[in-house]
Design a protein around this ligand. Structure first.
Ligand code: GZL
Length: 384
């Protein structure tokens, strides 16, 4: 990484972070981090912090640097374009890792294809990018390619989903997916008690099999299935898409119509598809219906369905990791250490105001009580 440019970038990013920091939803619940282990980061460690420059001077100089082909190149291997959540995630990263912030972003939409994602990362390594950002489609199969990136001295930042078979990356920013599943179970337990519903016969439409989001949400909810002795009739993947949610629900209706009173969709787009299928079959759902609908993500369209009473509860998964990515790169360029893990702040949304909060033991073994946010138009308008 060229020192001149890193000095310019630090000042430019410091300015952009002053603007962006209000929008970043990152909660600094992080673990102390060892300095980034990559060769590039060690090189950066020698870089001293830049004296403050005026934005105009920096922008002009950054433009000059760019004209000389001296900008920071970042390769981003994104999961795909399967959901509203994914669109918000892509927009967040592209807005933060922008030319205005001194970044030349090489974006690859891997279309939910793990082989294509590994190939995209290898291409970034061959290109000699300065940083690689990955949202991993699945959580395993990563150590070989991350070793290649490490050997090439290219720091890797992981966002959203986790990589569980390698630690060769400098930082991860994302969600505690098991807590999302636990919160959904805790809410359902309180909800059926409040409604006097004695039996839970649940169907699950899970996310992309092997993704940490699917694994965490399933594990968290299953803890309640076991403890509360609920009847989980079936679990099939809808691959986080609306079409997948509709197809699985159509199949469920053929096999289990009249035998279930809860459907858990592991993202909003699956819930939209499941709702379309139930509507077509004349099965009532939502606040005034026979089937309780639980969803995850809490995107704008999902919260609109909570407001309409079609979804009973929607557990947010926050997609806005762009500012965090920029901040991590800024810190590495300045030779600073970065947090190894950063968890996003994520509210839980409900359609009815009877329950105020939920209490459960989270994935860290801590007893927590967390508020439930009743959705109104202002909540929908403020959604990502
Ligand atoms: C979760 C994210 C999931 C969302 C889906 O962090 O990876 O993938 O829940 C998206 O909407 O497709």
């Amino acid at each position: 990484m060229r020192k001149t440019l890193s000095v310019l970038l630090t000042a430019a990013m410091a300015t952009s972070m002053l603007v962006a920091c209000g929008s970043s939803s990152t909660q600094a619940t992080t673990t102390a981090a060892a300095p980034a282990e990559t060769k590039a980061a060690e090189t950066q460690a020698a870089t001293t912090a830049a004296p403050a420059e005026t934005v105009a001077e920096v922008t002009e100089a950054a433009k000059a640097a760019e004209a000389n082909g001296e900008t920071i190149t970042v390769g981003f291997a994104q999961v795909g374009h399967e959901s509203d959540w994914r669109t918000a995630s892509t927009n967040s990263v592209q807005s933060a890792l922008s030319k205005e912030n001194g970044i030349d972003l090489q974006f690859v939409d891997c279309d939910n294809d793990s082989a294509a994602q590994l190939e995209a990362v290898r291409n970034f390594i061959q290109q000699g990018v300065d940083y690689i950002v990955i949202d991993p489609i699945v959580s395993t199969g990563w150590d070989t390619v991350l070793t290649e990136a490490d050997d090439a001295g290219i720091p890797v930042i992981v966002i959203d989903r986790t990589i569980d078979d390698s630690d060769k990356y400098v930082s991860w920013v994302g969600s505690e997916f098991t807590n999302e599943g636990l919160a959904a179970g805790a809410w359902l337990k309180a909800y059926v008690a409040d409604k006097g519903i004695s039996e839970v016969n649940a169907l699950v439409i899970s996310g992309t099999t092997g993704s940490s989001a699917q694994i965490g949400r399933s594990n968290g909810f299953d803890k309640y299935v076991e403890e509360e002795k609920w009847n989980k009739i079936d679990e099939q993947t809808g691959d986080f898409t609306q079409e997948g949610g509709q197809k699985v629900m159509e199949s469920y209706l053929k096999s289990y119509e009249g035998k279930f009173n809860v459907v858990v969709c592991q993202n909003d787009n699956e819930a939209f598809g499941a709702i379309d299928a139930m509507k077509a079959a004349g099965v009532s759902y939502g606040v005034d219906g026979d089937v309780i609908v639980i969803s995850f993500d809490a995107c704008t369209a999902g919260l609109q369905k909570v407001l309409a009473g079609e979804i009973n509860a929607d557990f947010q998964c926050n997609p806005l990791q762009g500012p965090d990515c920029l901040n991590i790169i800024k810190k590495l360029e300045a030779g600073e250490t970065v947090d190894q893990k950063t968890f996003m702040a994520e509210p839980w949304y409900v359609a009815e105001d009877k329950l105020k909060d939920i209490a459960y033991t989270n994935n860290s073994g801590k007893e927590v009580t967390e508020p439930l946010v009743v959705v109104d138009q202002a909540v929908v308008d403020a959604a990502y």
